[in-house]
Design a protein. Sequence first.
Length: 356
Amino acid sequence: MAPRLPASIRIPANIRTASRVPFLQVAKTAVAMILSWVIASLLLPGELPVFATIAALLVVQPSVNQSVGKAIERSIGVIVGVLIAYGIGLAFGTNSWIVLVAVVVSIILAWALKLTPGTANQVPITAMLVLAVGASNPEYALARIVETIIGAVIGVIINIAIVPPVQWEPAHRAILGLGSELAATLDRLATALTTPQTPSQLNALLIEARLLRPMEKKADAAVAQAEDSLTLNPRQGKHRVALDHDLELFARFRPIITRALGMTRAFRDHYDDTLAGEPTIQAIAEELRRSAHDLRLLARDPDAPVVEPGTETAGLPVLTAPLVIATPDPRHWVLLGSLMEDLRRVHDEITGEETA
């Protein structure tokens, strides 16, 4: 176990992340910076290729799509910043106070043009760097623009050429995990329907069901990252097919989450100790278990072995039995009607028959 630093010299948590970026990305960034330095030095001799190297550093991102976006942001920011610096330097010379004027003008112009944060930050930085060097001739300004474009292009090329990142796996795991937890929620509700419940058990049942929402948000974020990582990615082929399958599955799970939460909340709100004696409750509980079974069939890898050996329905949907509803006690008809309607919709969404 690594020794802990004394509290007086410990690094603040707000400047650290929970995990490191992959070392491959660090290596790609280093390669892009080295190549940008060398190529820019050969094509544009006379000045240190700082702009090209910084562009390469910023452009190598976790996805190709982000790299292209950063390349565009960086290039536009540098072009605008260089033009501002050149114009102000041409008009007022190279006095030290001109640098501050250029920075202020850059910030206001970026705000007026509604530039993205990355571009807006780049404009004043570029203007300041250009004026700080003390050069305000058109050749220097053009060279800095070309130099930046060289670094940005090299950064994109390196990110594409060296194992372009694909983040499909986290989305896949998150969606399948959501499906498994959704099935477990239906199973817990089925058990609660047929056994006496205390108030604390009812509250715990609803709290556990509500955990589906954070899992849904986590899956949603993972899907967004996966889609971003596949955009413009030459490796997207088979991953795109797999992601499309997961997205279709996710779309089927989302309304079922709402149904599961609604059923659990209705059970908690309308529960009484005589509910277990209703003739229909056992049948509803059985249908919930069948729904959970079929959800588990959906929430597994298509090529994975069946995890329920020894049962005749291990690989087949079982949500097919007709349900006969006996006349309920007047105290329970609202709850039973609500459960039945949500259960019908769950059935349609699992089988893909829901059209509403």
